[in-house]
Design a protein around this ligand. Structure first.
Ligand code: CTP
Length: 407
């Protein structure tokens, strides 16, 4: 059952360092967190569930099928967690998590939870360096999982090298920092636009952009998880509705504009983030039937044939909301292929935004469809280079920066 107390779900896997999880648990409790423990069957052979039950003053989750009132154990655990910390995490569990394997209560809960996941690995140095483990860690990092790097030292197996569980203080502090930001948007109202608009020429042809909408959807999901009430106005995309978000699906820029103006007037959001790729122009007329090249369009053989499409300017949604923003903190995006900072700075001023997220789309390894990206956050107080990060991590950082500007 979800309580109002900030809850850390502590996952303990089968490793000699499992006893250190007792100390992590105590540090978290001392700082005011409620801790629930979930163990793998091997974890329970290193430290008995009775120890964790006594320390946490809570039942320890171990069996996939719970014996009493909670019929779907992994789902209730997943929902209860504000942060899921796995410490120590073995190579076996890390590799399973990267592959999405759910073969015990701990791995199943990790798959089911929406809470931020923190992993503190502990293992033999060769297992740590193994390409499979390193690839699994890279996959998890790209998904926004926080890894608390193991230290170098004398390992339980008798070898020297990296693989020793990080210091328990470090693990507790990182977890508490994540817990603190887990509800920093409580009571906040956030409007987000996402995806690309479509400006129809006829029923089957339209002007659009390749933007996937993923950044806006991640923003909406993370803001909701951090306590905000979120309205996501989205262009057509394949992405599923983020959990706990009010989603309004639209097609054209005009529809997106109308939905945004309505949400803005009715909900008076504290934050508005415009991540949608809005088409600047729309066809002056949209044909009600599919245009035929035989009659409406120039014949293919006619090499000098030209089809003229008359375009009209779409409303600038960000600009018009910024004009009446009041206390609302307004964030825009600037995808630029040249003069990144100059163009983004010009947009910050021209559009009346409080912050512009600028990204360089000329780099073929980053940008639109890439999982990795690099942003410059521009505001009146200067520019911040985020460095190359996963979209998940970038979105988390942007929400941190916005939260720090709210009264
Ligand atoms: N934007 C908007 N409505 C529009 C056009 C853009 O709300 N009609 C928002 C985008 O969501 C983004 C920001 O304005 O947050 C900048 O979008 P961008 O396309 O980069 O800028 P434009 O104003 O269209 O300028 P240009 O295309 O000339 O670079």
């Amino acid at each position: 059952m979800k309580t109002n107390e900030p809850t850390v779900l502590l996952g303990v896997t089968g490793c000699i360092a499992a006893y250190k999880a007792c100390e992590v648990l105590r540090l978290l409790q001392k700082a005011g967190a409620r801790v629930k423990v979930v163990m793998t069957p091997t974890g329970a052979e290193f430290v008995t569930p009775a120890t964790f039950r006594a320390l946490s003053q809570n039942e320890v989750a171990l069996a996939m099928i719970a014996e009493h009132d909670e019929p779907i154990h992994h789902i209730s655990l997943a929902q209860e967690a504000d942060v899921f910390l796995i410490a120590p995490a073995t190579a076996n569990t890390i590799n399973k998590l990267a592959a999405g394997i759910a073969d015990n209560l701990l791995t199943t809960t990790a798959l089911a939870t929406e809470a931020p996941l923190i992993i503190a690995p502990a293992m033999n140095v060769h297992m740590w360096r193994d390409p499979a483990t390193q690839a699994a860690l890279a996959t998890l990092i790209a998904r926004g999982v926080q890894i608390i790097e193991p230290e170098e030292g004398y390992l339980a197996c008798g070898e020297e090298g990296e693989g020793k569980l990080a210091d328990v203080q470090t693990i507790a502090q990182s977890t508490l920092a994540e817990l603190n930001r887990s509800q920093d948007y409580a009571g906040r109202r956030v409007l987000i636009t996402a995806g690309a608009t479509r400006e129809h020429i006829d029923p089957v042809r339209f002007i659009s952009s390749p933007a996937s909408g993923r950044t806006g959807y991640l923003l909406a999901g993370q803001a909701a998880r951090r306590g905000a009430e979120v309205w996501l106005v989205s262009g057509p995309t394949e992405l599923p509705d983020p959990f706990g978000v009010n989603v309004l699906r639209v097609t054209s820029a005009d529809q997106m504009n109308q939905a945004c103006q309505e949400v803005f007037s009715a909900q008076k959001p504290d934050v508005a983030v415009f991540s949608a790729a809005v088409a600047d122009f729309k066809p002056v007329t949209t044909a009600s039937q599919k245009l035929k090249k035989g009659t409406d369009l120039p014949a293919r053989e006619a090499t000098d044939a030209v089809m003229k499409l008359e375009l009209a300017l779409n409303p600038d949604i960000l600009f018009s909301i910024a004009e009446r923003k009041g206390q609302c903190f307004v964030v825009g995006f600037a995808a630029e292929s040249e003069n990144l900072l100059d163009n983004a700075l010009a947009k910050l001023r021209a559009k009346g935004a409080d912050l512009i997220v600028a990204n360089d789309i000329s780099d073929p390894n980053l940008g639109f469809a890439s999982e990795l990206n690099r942003w410059q956050l521009l505001s009146s107080s200067g520019a911040e280079d985020t460095g190359i990060l996963s979209k998940q991590a970038l979105v988390g950082l942007l929400l941190d920066r916005i939260a720090s500007k709210l009264n």
